[in-house]
Design a protein around this ligand. Structure first.
Ligand SMILES: Cc1cc2nc3c(=O)[nH]c(=O)nc-3n(C[C@H](O)[C@H](O)[C@H](O)COP(=O)(O)OP(=O)(O)OC[C@H]3O[C@@H](n4cnc5c(N)ncnc54)[C@H](O)[C@@H]3O)c2cc1C
Length: 270
């Protein structure tokens, strides 16, 4: 049985710049990284392989240079990597992205039964957390989001039990397989790649599927298949900071001045 992990290559946001003219992200020269939440999805996939003997396949939709990120996944012990890359996939929103990923999963299912699809909670660029649920909805899979612990997978009963991390509380849920599980950072600590696996990953073959292989209707993918378009990306203007009581060294005095000012601004009601 298969575990499929969806990973996205994203710009290293600590270095992202926005083109003042087009309002688009400047991607040239920006280093790319594996989406941080996906490093935890990857680690969880490897752990499920070790616990249940699953075969693990990693898939990613992205430009040709996404191979670099897929090799990082191979260096951590996944069995196969599939890159979904075609100009026709470009400009996709979450609807069109989940279409391509779901189709790739359908094609992999024709080879081997799928038990679990793992995704990260969200990406650090689009940040919508919509793709995982989109995949599950398209495939009719159970969907468990915000998971911080996969307690048990019963292949006999075709059930999974997992814990979801909600605000201020946890939830233990049981669902039918196959299931899409999106994970939070707290689920695990990703391992480092071993030297033998890194060497193997450098020479490994990465399967590349374009739309010739996927045969999707052009109207359902890329810009054409997108219900939303990002019109403009911009940094929100930040209110200018204000220095209060310049030169005051006495903490009580500073505190009472701050309280007075917050009250004056209607930000403190005591
Ligand atoms: C700044 C910015 C804002 C955007 N805003 C929107 C928007 O409001 N609406 C919209 O529809 N699109 C938006 N997009 C486009 C969106 O980024 C893409 O559609 C993208 O492919 C998926 O959405 P996401 O990044 O929000 O992913 P999320 O839904 O946050 O990703 C969740 C998980 O899905 C998996 N996943 C996501 N993308 C891929 C992939 N390409 N390959 C493999 N696995 C993947 C990963 O496991 C990931 O952790 C935006 C893009 C940018 C850069």
């Amino acid at each position: 049985m298969l575990v499929i992990i969806c990973i996205k290559q994203v710009p290293d946001t600590t270095q992202v710049k926005i083109d003042p003219v087009t309002g688009n992200l400047v991607r040239e020269g920006v280093p790319f990284i594996m989406n941080p939440f996906d490093t935890h999805a990857l680690e969880e996939g490897i752990r499920l392989k070790e616990r249940y003997g699953f075969r693990v396949v990693v898939i990613s939709m992205g430009p040709p240079n996404t191979e670099v990120t897929l090799r990082k996944a191979l260096a951590r012990g996944v069995d196969e990597a599939v890159l979904l890359s075609d100009r026709a996939f470009g400009g996709a929103d979450t609807l069109a992205t989940s279409k391509v990923l779901a189709e790739a999963i359908i094609q992999l299912t024709q080879r081997e039964e799928v038990a679990i699809v793992l995704c990260g909670k969200q990406t650090i660029d689009g940040d919508t957390a919509q793709v995982g649920p989109g995949i599950a909805t398209r495939l009719g899979y159970s969907q468990l989001t915000l998971v911080d612990h996969i307690k048990d997978i019963d292949l006999q009963a075709q059930k999974v039990i997992a814990r979801r991390k909600l605000e201020g509380r946890e939830e233990i849920v049981k669902a039918d397989l196959p299931a899409m599980i999106s994970v939070v950072r707290e689920i695990n600590t990703p391992r480092y790649p071993t030297v033998p696996l890194r060497l193997m990953a450098e020479g490994a073959t990465i399967t590349i599927w374009g739309n010739k292989e996927m045969k999707l209707d052009d109207a359902s993918i890329g810009l054409q298949g997108s219900a939303t378009q990002v019109r403009k990306i911009f940094s929100p203007e930040r209110a200018k900071g204000e220095i209060l009581g310049d030169g005051i060294t006495n903490p009580e005095e500073a505190a009472s001045l701050l309280i007075k000012e917050l009250k004056r601004k209607g930000l403190l009601f005591i």
